[in-house]
Design a protein around this ligand. Sequence first.
Ligand SMILES: [Mg+2]
Length: 278
Amino acid sequence: MSVTKRRIAPEFARYDGFIFDLDGTIYLGERLIPGALETVQTLRAHGRRVMFLSNKPLERRGDYARKLKRLGIPADERDVINSGYVLARYLRANYPEARVYSMGEPPLLEEYRDHGIHLLSEDEAMTGAVDIVVATFDRTLTYKKLQAAFNGLKAGARFFATNSDRTCPVEDGELPDAAGVIAFLEATTGRKVELIAGKPNPLMVEAAAEVMGLPPERCLMAGDRLETDMRMGLEAGMGAAAVLSGVSTREEAEAFARRMGEAGSRLHIIASVAALIE
Ligand SMILES: [Mg+2]
């Protein structure tokens, strides 16, 4: 059946914005989830806004859009949000004058520059004259970077992070992620991280709703991780659709809905994103 003949499933037709987690929801590694393309096309054909989320601060939004396109889903960078973008946006809106020291790889540092953030070098941060320190996933982490962040925090800088994932799954295993960097700085400075931009912080979906120009209650968050994707969507006041195409089972999703009490009544459990349309 052609896309225009398909329609949004009735229980999801009331949502105007659809926010999708990527891995486990739209694709698995390099393979699209069956039906994902038709779902995205049908939602768009019916005038719905579609956004994609990633917690990873390693690439820029355009890189995710290119991957989606490579797998067959038309997307450009305005359709994608990741933790680095959310944090850069948050800093610009709330701390426009702050001197920021952030670890991180070149794509994240470019994101800050594009948002006009005043970034300090390691040597500048070493002096302790820092307003905000950002811990992040960084495969180029050095002791010098840790020392610069440590000095900033010891001197009283705010303590933020892009994301708090323990590990990042890759084809042949896992990489230690931002949680390890945060833990190092917490253990050595006695400070506690104050703000995490990525999932499960609702800041991330709130940014997605803002970019779409929609109030949270008109958005649906679809994802495979209950304690991150689903908790974040529900806590932001959105509808949530737990897909069983990734890491969670129906039993886990049902138990999660019960744990969430009242908010759990806004949780839908579906086999995959293909069930958003009919
Ligand atoms: Mg996922």
